[in-house]
Write a protein that binds this ligand. Structure first.
Ligand SMILES: [Zn+2]
Length: 158
């Protein structure tokens, strides 16, 4: 490393940081606090194993970050660790999903009520407004569908 500075792991282990140091890329010298927390929770051997278990550099970097997140939570909350945070996020997610579903139902019924004619294929709609009677018209005066294009009438016709 430049300036003879060891990475956080080697500094903590009081060893020389060799150019091929496996953890230097993830835990530079300015991450001593992160590494201290990681060391307490996982130990160096497990940490190295957990990071190296990932095939790509991007996944290793991500593992280093998520393991740090876990270790920092354990430091803050020794009994629950990151569980409290995850449980909270799950609850929040459930509330937001329910809200989303309710809003979708609301939006759909508003949309369906106002624009039902526009949702249907133009050629197949027969609208019985009392002025138009024809084969396939609903005797109750309700909007209905037929399969016959020749029976279609424009909704806004003069
Ligand atoms: Zn190192």
């Amino acid at each position: 490393m430049t300036g003879g500075g060891a990475c956080a792991v080697c500094k903590h282990q009081r060893r020389k940081c060799e150019p091929n140091c496996e953890l230097a890329a993830y835990f530079p010298a300015n991450r001593m606090d992160d590494f201290r927390a990681l060391h307490l929770v996982f130990g160096v051997a497990n940490l190295t194993k957990l990071i190296k278990a990932n095939a790509t550099e991007a996944a290793r970097r991500r593992a280093a970050e998520t393991l740090t997140w876990e270790a920092r939570w354990r430091e803050r909350d020794p009994s629950e660790g990151c569980y409290r945070e995850i449980a909270g996020l799950r609850r929040e997610n459930a509330v937001l999903r329910a809200e989303n579903a309710a809003l979708r139902r609301q939006a759909f019924s508003a949309f369906a009520g106002a624009r039902v004619s526009n949702l249907l294929p133009a050629g197949n709609l027969v609208y019985n407004n009392g002025n138009v009677a024809g084969r396939g018209a609903n005797p109750n005066g309700a909007t209905m569908l037929t399969g016959h294009n020749d029976r279609s009438l424009p909704l806004s016709g003069g």
